[in-house]
Design a protein around this ligand. Structure first.
Ligand code: FES
Ligand code: FE2
Length: 460
């Protein structure tokens, strides 16, 4: 049955068709209109610190090599030989001066240029124009404070424009200290049988699930913290409050970006929710953070940020999850731990261990989440269930928009699904817009607070 693309996101009621979580045709469209157009996270610069270092990654369904050449410049190109298409790099990361295809030996430089062809004189008679047969380049590559992004769309706006107000949250993650950040340890990589969007929307805005989904993990965590508290301070009564409505705000931005921000009560710089030596580290570096980012961000307790489409940051253990789509019902998750470069080693290791314990494939919280996402995805593909939309309508029409100059669009509390709605509005904008001028108009309308009432009503 043909799908009417205008009925997938119902903005008037906050409903989202289940079909977008499992349908092959929609998935192909996502690759074309989202993953081939948007700026996508490629790597952290610390992974490419030295000339010749490279990592391989994904941009949608295209495998990509990201390199630093001998002049220090970063390049990104598709990992497919121009001769017969074989991969030219089989490693996940490393250091090299060139990439030799294992099929017939065509060899490419760190900038993707074709530099070696076996039998160039004897077999090709010198007739092959090697300048035309380099690896297919990623159209634009740019960095933002240590994060390298790329886009296949030569028309895509500059990276900073694409990120927009999400930079307020990104700066909190990347720019607290003058030395910048680095990735600590390797990258966790695993497959889950769920649609990539369910993960991206969860991290960006789902403040509703924690009390139920993570109840057992939280209970155990509280006990663990309690023991740490007693050991460190001889007291166990300063534990984090239970989940619920929390002080802070949500920022449902345009183009599908958004973040939610938990705040400490004014004047509370105790960092009691963290064990030592993290707590001391946060206290000691707070003045530098405040100097660099101002008083509001000095109050931040935790930020959850999703950069559309698929890069989700959680500052609780300094994590970046990237949700690489591997089909409509499968996602390859990559987890990075990003720490201040100048932090003491024991702080870096503690954050890495914390991310591993909580949100790696064996992490107590990640396992809870993955289980839910997989069952939601299965239901989205079933013959009857798929005709009934998903409900993202919590708090619709009761948002309490605020403007205190932090970002262009924010809500005064973290207690609804406004971020997740913004994610699907952005998704809908990319799926339905043929060019960046139309996308710019839609983003401006959303961020200036004009009502957006597109999309026909869904059944159910
Ligand atoms: S496929 Fe790469 S050299 Fe032939
Ligand atoms: Fe969760």
């Amino acid at each position: 049955m043909a799908i009417d693309m205008h009925t997938l996101v119902d903005r008037a009621r906050g409903l989202v068709s289940r079909r977008i979580m499992a349908d092959e045709e929609i998935y192909r469209l996502e690759l074309e209109r989202i993953f081939n157009r948007c700026w996508l996270f490629l790597a952290h610069e610390s992974q490419l610190a030295k000339p010749g270092q490279f990592v391989t990654t994904w941009m949608g369904d295209e495998p990509v090599i990201v390199t630093r050449d001998s002049h220090g410049q970063v390049h990104a190109m598709i990992n497919s030989c121009r001769h017969r298409g074989n991969s030219v790099c089989r490693a996940e990361a490393g250091r090299t001066s060139s990439f030799m295809c294992t099929y017939h030996g065509w060899t490419y430089g760190l900038d993707g240029q074709l530099v070696g062809v076996p039998g160039y004189e004897e077999r090709y008679h010198g007739d092959l124009d090697r300048r035309q047969w380099g690896l297919i380049p990623v159209s634009q590559v740019a960095s933002y404070k240590g994060l390298i992004f790329g886009t296949f769309d030569p028309q895509a706006p500059p990276l900073e424009e694409y990120l927009g107000d999400a930079r307020w949250a990104l700066d909190y993650i990347l720019d607290q200290r003058s030395g910048g950040t680095e990735v600590v340890g390797g990258v966790f990589k695993w497959l889950i049988n769920s649609n990539w969007k369910l993960s991206a929307d969860n991290v960006m805005g789902d403040n509703y699930h924690g009390a139920i989904t993570h109840r057992s993990a939280t209970t155990v965590g509280h006990q663990t913290l309690s023991r740490i508290e007693r050991r460190n301070n001889g007291r166990g009564d300063d534990l984090p409050a239970g989940p619920g409505v929390r002080p802070g705000f949500s920022a449902p931005l345009g183009w599908g970006h958004g973040f939610m921000c938990d705040l400490q009560p004014p004047g509370d710089h105790s960092f009691m929710e963290h064990p030592e030596p993290l707590r001391s580290y946060y206290r000691e570096t707070l003045p530098e953070l405040e100097r660099r980012l101002g008083p509001m961000r000095a109050r931040v307790k935790k930020i959850n940020l999703t950069l559309f489409p698929h890069a989700s940051f959680t500052t609780s253990s300094n994590m970046l999850h990237v949700w690489h789509p591997r089909g409509p019902t499968q996602t390859e998750v990559w987890l990075y731990v990003i720490v201040d470069k100048d932090a003491p080693d024991e702080v870096k290791q503690l954050l890495r261990q914390s991310a591993q314990r909580h949100f790696s494939p064996s992490g107590m919280f990640e396992q809870d989440d993955m289980d839910n996402w997989e069952l939601s995805t299965q239901a989205a593909g079933r013959t009857i269930s798929r005709n009934y939309p998903l409900h993202y309508g919590m708090g619709l029409g009761h948002e309490g928009w605020e403007d205190d100059g932090v970002v262009s669009r924010q809500i005064n509390a973290i207690n609804d699904e406004s971020n997740q709605r913004a994610f699907y509005y952005g998704w809908d904008d990319f799926i339905s817009s043929g060019n960046w001028d139309a996308l710019r108009r839609k983003r401006a309308a959303w961020e200036s607070g004009q009502p957006v009432a597109e999309g026909a009503a869904l059944g159910g």
